[in-house]
Design a protein around this ligand. Structure first.
Ligand code: FES
Ligand SMILES: [Fe+2]
Length: 404
């Protein structure tokens, strides 16, 4: 695709409508998505509870960049590019592991957890080890949630930390327990998942289990009265209730919304599935819904946290990693069981993957054309607007990105 064609597509964008086919299917536009969004913004990588001890690490690969996230001295969490400073081999091959020192498998250069080069065997005496530490990756923690940025100069993350931290704090994620993880690979464009998870137009017909738990999800009931009542109760418990709206110049969102009367958790029978989590004393916390584009979604109820990490692998393929966290003191079999804990989001998520795959298949049709969003899809329209703006910015500043 020529640069002029991309400019043309951007000029033809009709606000309030889904995007032109190429934005979902073209490899060239996917290249722009990578350069202008995935390599520039902040990516959710995991939670600190996955790496509780010094030397514990996870790796997260986005495109050609693999990142090592490792717990170092005094609990500090570091992020490094997973490329050896000798001749570039990847250092950690696994998605999770433990290594007090990181040793490259090729010629055994050894790095400390903070990325500094500890040993480089058979190198000359005057070799300057200090200049060959692993390349650092920007990292920020939000109360135990790990975000990284591959950019040399990432966009400002302070507003995200400021707005999301009060919502996450009460779950005490750093001390929590990773109860279960599940990954999916689905045939769709990453933006269709982002769009799907910002509207409930589809919830009534597609998600009977979700609608049974969340008042108003079917768009047929008013939430106003129950919201006033629940907010007063949440406030009295010190829980944050003020939502954080998504603006076109921000890339995050936060809300707390109510479950139906008598529903304690995101579960099939409405009953709690684990002991209250972190600082929560009961099951009256509603649902905390957090988003940080392009790849982070979190829904938390009084007894568990569910995170969704999206990774765009190509224009037509995404990997989705789901993680369920419970209170750090919860014991499997006594305080929760995996099946009950995970069935709600497995069912709901799998319904969504199918919708997102169908959506992509239909967009590939030669007769697809952008369609109008309903008023209840305002948040989708805002996301698409944000996305288009990011591409426009990048295309205008062609010095920072080479157009295909
Ligand atoms: S490439 Fe890592 S030690 Fe040679
Ligand atoms: Fe959905």
């Amino acid at each position: 695709m020529k640069a002029a064609e991309i400019v043309n597509l951007l000029n033809n964008y009709l606000p309030g409508h889904s995007l032109e086919q190429a934005f979902y299917t073209s490899d060239d536009i996917f290249h722009l998505d990578r350069e202008l969004i995935w390599k520039k913004y902040w990516l959710f990588a995991g939670v600190t509870a996955e790496i509780p001890k010094e030397g514990d690490y996870i790796t997260y690969a986005v495109g050609h960049d693999s990142v090592i996230i490792i717990r170092g001295r005094e609990g500090k969490v570091h992020a490094h590019f997973n490329t050896c400073r000798h001749r570039g081999s990847t250092i950690c091959q696994d998605e999770k592991g433990h290594a007090p020192k990181l040793m490259c498998p090729y010629h055994q250069w050894v790095y400390n957890t903070d990325g500094s080069l500890f040993k480089a065997r058979l190198m000359p005496d005057d070799f300057d080890r200090a200049s060959y530490g692993l390349h650092p990756v920007h990292i920020r923690l939000i109360e135990g949630l790990i975000f990284i940025s591959l950019a040399e100069e990432p966009v400002d993350f302070d507003p995200v930390v400021r707005d999301l931290a009060p919502y996450v704090k009460t779950y005490q994620v750093d001390q929590s327990k990773v109860a279960f993880k599940k990954s999916y690979t689905i045939r769709t464009n990453w933006k269709l998942i982002a769009e799907n998870f910002r509207e409930c137009y589809h919830c009534g017909p597609a998600h009977p289990e979700y609608c049974k738990a969340v008042v108003g999800a079917n768009l047929r009931e008013s939430v106003d009265d129950i919201l006033v009542e629940r907010r007063a109760s949440w406030k009295s418990k010190g829980l944050v209730t003020e939502g954080v709206d998504f603006q076109t110049d921000t890339f995050h969102f936060a809300t707390r919304y109510p479950l139906r009367d008598g529903v304690e958790s995101y579960s099939l029978d409405g009953k709690a599935v684990a002991i209250p989590m972190g600082a929560h004393k009961d099951y009256d916390a509603g649902v905390v819904g957090l988003v940080c584009y392009p790849n982070f979604w979190m829904d938390a109820v009084g007894d568990y946290v569910w995170t969704m990490r999206i990774t765009a692998e190509s224009a037509s393929q995404c990997r989705i990693d789901l993680t369920w966290l419970v209170d750090g003191k919860a014991e499997e079999g006594r305080d929760y069981n995996i099946e009950r804990l995970t069935e709600f989001w497995k069912i709901t998520g799998e319904q969504d993957w199918k919708l997102c795959e169908n959506n992509f298949n239909g967009i590939e049709s030669s007769r697809y054309q952008p369609g109008p969003y309903a008023p209840v899809e305002l948040e989708v329209a805002k996301f698409v607007e944000w996305y288009v703006e990011r591409l426009r910015e990048g295309v205008e500043a062609t010095s920072i990105v080479e157009l295909p």
